[in-house]
Design a protein around this ligand. Structure first.
Ligand code: CA
Length: 158
């Protein structure tokens, strides 16, 4: 007798349950846009979707329809919870975040080594902080030229 074993097992079938549903934040990641837009949607076996509720930073849930144009948000990371309810009022949550940063990095100085006239290519150093989203990158422009991305320390061309 020959027994054959299938090379791959069939995908387990999970009846009548959605593990998650997508909530798309536009724009994603850190942004200066204080009113990101949420789009989302899911389906429900049997009774169908009844409504969605939105809670921001654990606030009181509000019934919403998508797309959701968020009210003006302050700088920082905000917790977004969208809950889908089917017609039997079974809830399913989806959690995401929006990242708002409208504040530029702290003022900073450029140190030139050596200072003053020199016959060697000078090196510049610079560093600043950003209280919210963090510093992503620096750009350098010489004599109003095209800005280029640089890191500190940077040796100036001569
Ligand atoms: Ca910032």
């Amino acid at each position: 007798m020959v027994i054959t074993v299938p090379a791959t097992l069939p995908t387990p079938w999970i009846p009548h349950r959605r593990t998650t549903f997508p909530v798309i934040v536009d724009p994603p990641g850190w942004t200066t846009n204080i009113q990101p837009v949420l789009t989302f949607g899911t389906t429900d076996d049997y009774s169908g979707i009844d409504h969605y509720e939105l809670s921001i930073d654990n606030g009181t849930p509000q019934i919403v329809t998508q797309p959701v144009y968020l009210a003006s948000l302050s700088d920082g990371i905000h917790d977004i919870k969208v809950t889908a309810f089917d017609k039997a009022q079974n809830p399913k949550d989806f959690l995401t975040n929006v990242y708002i940063d409208t504040t530029p990095p702290d003022p900073f100085e450029i140190n030139v080594i050596p200072p003053g006239w020199t016959n060697v290519p000078p090196v510049i150093t610079f560093e600043t902080m950003d209280s919210c989203g963090g510093v992503d990158y620096y750009t350098l422009s010489i004599d109003n030229g095209t800005p280029q991305t640089v890191t500190s320390p940077y040796q100036l061309p001569v």
